[in-house]
Design a protein around this ligand. Structure first.
Ligand code: FE2
Length: 305
């Protein structure tokens, strides 16, 4: 199967307090505002015209997870596959800023995925920010009822590949054409977004974000730590202003032998010495198992900002 998707795309989250989300993204995440109106704000941390859009709504919710196709032809091919596969297609209007083509389908657990053509890389490469500016939005972790079903749909429609999974199929990591270990992680649970993650520019940024949060009277919820499996990334997690977990991730493995690589299986309930979620030992807090933000009940994103 050929990769049609290169990397994670544009993420759309609903928030009841747009102003707070906007300040958080600027002052903690170090993102730059691309556009803002009364009811939506789009931000980026690099030259892409938009990585995240916050849309004003009644409660925190996931509106759509964008996956960025290699080009418009790849969007077309993915759509053909989606129609053949039989998933519900709910929109053909791009919400990813500046994307020429897209379609949005709903997976079996209700998560909307927007397959979109590349957003333009036309934003300033440098800017001032008080926050801990990352390199890019790098992955999204989703809770779904049946990770096998959702993984299968993403493999068939988007050409994503399985990088690792647990022995109970409750945790699956999927990579796209940029070959980083995962751009989407699926975990069995009540559907929602568990966390969105940014690739840190330097490992010391994980300390900086901890200090930054401390100055604002807010805690890290897990980490710094070292993820195992084949991702091998260093991490911190905190909550955004709506309670959604946000990860800073440094050093995720890039699978450089794509054709020869075989997914590995990790214990869902590791024995002592088999721990892989955090090689340094400290397990996640109990509340970490819950979805931080549910899926929006109605797919109404309107026009791209
Ligand atoms: Fe993650």
């Amino acid at each position: 199967m050929t990769y049609l998707i290169n990397q994670i795309g544009h993420l759309t989250l609903q928030t009841p307090e747009l102003d707070k989300s906007l300040k958080d993204a600027q002052n903690i995440l170090g993102m730059r505002v691309v556009s803002v109106s009364e009811n939506r704000a789009t931000l980026t941390s690099n030259t892409r015209r938009g990585e995240i859009t916050y849309v004003l709504g009644s409660e925190p919710a996931l509106i759509a997870v964008g996956v960025e196709a290699k080009d418009a032809a790849a969007v077309f091919r993915a759509r053909e596959r989606a129609e053949k596969f039989g998933v519900k297609i709910v929109s053909s209007t791009p919400t990813a800023p500046g994307a020429s083509d897209s379609f949005t389908f709903i997976c079996a657990s209700g998560v909307p995925f927007e397959v979109h053509s590349p957003v333009p890389r036309d934003q300033p490469a440098e800017y001032f920010t008080p926050g801990v500016r990352p390199r890019r939005l790098d992955h999204v972790n989703l809770l779904v009822l049946d990770p096998i079903k959702t993984s299968y749909a993403l493999e068939i429609i988007c050409g994503l590949k399985l990088s690792d999974k647990t022995d109970d199929d409750g945790f699956m990591f999927l990579r796209g054409g940029d070959l980083f270990h995962h751009m989407i992680a699926l975990v069995r649970g009540q559907p929602g977004i568990h966390h969105y993650s940014f690739e840190a520019r330097d490992i010391s940024d994980l300390c900086r974000v901890g200090d930054h949060l401390h100055q604002l009277g807010r805690p890290l919820v897990w980490g710094p730590g070292h993820h195992g499996a084949n991702a091998q990334s260093y991490f911190t997690y905190h909550r955004d202003s709506d309670g959604c977990f946000v990860e800073y991730s440094f050093g995720m493995t890039r699978i450089d032998d794509d054709l020869g690589y075989r997914p590995q299986v990790w214990p869902a309930n590791p024995e002592p010495g088999e721990e892989w979620l955090n090689l340094w030992g400290a397990p996640p807090p109990a509340m970490f198992a819950n979805p931080s933000i549910p899926i929006s009940k109605s797919y109404e994103v309107g026009e791209a900002a």
